[in-house]
Design a protein around this ligand. Structure first.
Ligand code: DC
Length: 218
């Protein structure tokens, strides 16, 4: 079974993806990690994230172990890492370099410990439109910008990170704009995606809806 979950930042994709992957014993591929890894590596190397050629060079060499190692860096999920990921993900050559590693995972999904899985939950922006258009179920999870910014702000505060709601909101607006308007694979629902707006829903309410959809295809 292949499920794709796309949508803007902090809409609830990660929570839903990991809950579904656990419940249905599926591998989980958080595709934002590949762009975060390339973006953070650029920052750590002191390179300009707007430089498409240099970012492509890093993307072409990216491996899963390198991505896992970078994911432990404190800036992997900070504002710096999020901004860098969004900027490098708008480079068409970077996306092209990272395409096969994401697509191929559907043919041979594995859990984090390397054991084979019967399917995968993809989490990202273009997983239903580009990475896995053959998915059994495609979801597009969204929520108002203000609610998503508040969720992200609360996450930062809970992790003890320094943050201001206003800055998080402005970053979110800029990131949505870049992710939705880039020339290659812009953020948008697949034609056959089910759209779920989580603005006024609790996590259990969203999960109930999503599980009902999965049960229909099991
Ligand atoms: O899901 P995330 O916040 O970790 O994603 C970080 C950035 O990566 C996001 O701003 C856009 C990019 N991204 C993408 O372009 N395509 C994907 N499938 C996943 C993420």
């Amino acid at each position: 079974m292949i499920i794709t979950i796309d949508g803007p930042a902090a809409a609830g994709k990660g929570t839903i993806s990991s809950a579904l992957s656990q419940k249905y014993k599926l591998a989980y591929f958080d595709t934002g990690m590949v762009y975060r890894a390339v973006g953070l590596q650029m920052v750590l190397d002191g390179k300009d994230i707007k430089n498409e050629e240099q970012a492509t060079e890093i993307a072409e060499k990216l491996t899963f172990p390198q991505m896992i190692s970078l994911s432990k860096h404190p800036d992997f999920r900070s504002g710096i890492g999020s901004n860098a990921a969004s900027v490098v993900s708008a480079h068409p050559k970077v996306r092209a370099a990272l395409l096969n590693m994401q697509k191929d995972f559907a043919n041979k999904p594995i859990f984090a410990d390397g054991t084979p899985a019967a399917g995968v939950v993809y989490d990202g922006r273009d997983t239903g439109t580009v990475i896995c258009p053959q998915a059994d179920l495609k979801l597009f999870i969204t929520a108002s910008t203000e609610v998503r910014a508040k969720r992200r702000y609360d996450e930062y505060i809970a992790k003890g990170m320094d943050a201001s709601y206003e800055n998080v909101l402005q970053d979110m607006i800029a990131r949505d704009e870049r992710d939705s308007n880039r020339s290659t694979a812009p953020l948008k629902p697949a034609d056959d995606a089910v759209i779920i707006d989580t603005t006024d829903l609790s996590i259990p309410q969203v999960l109930e809806k999503v599980v009902a959809l999965v049960e229909k295809i099991c």
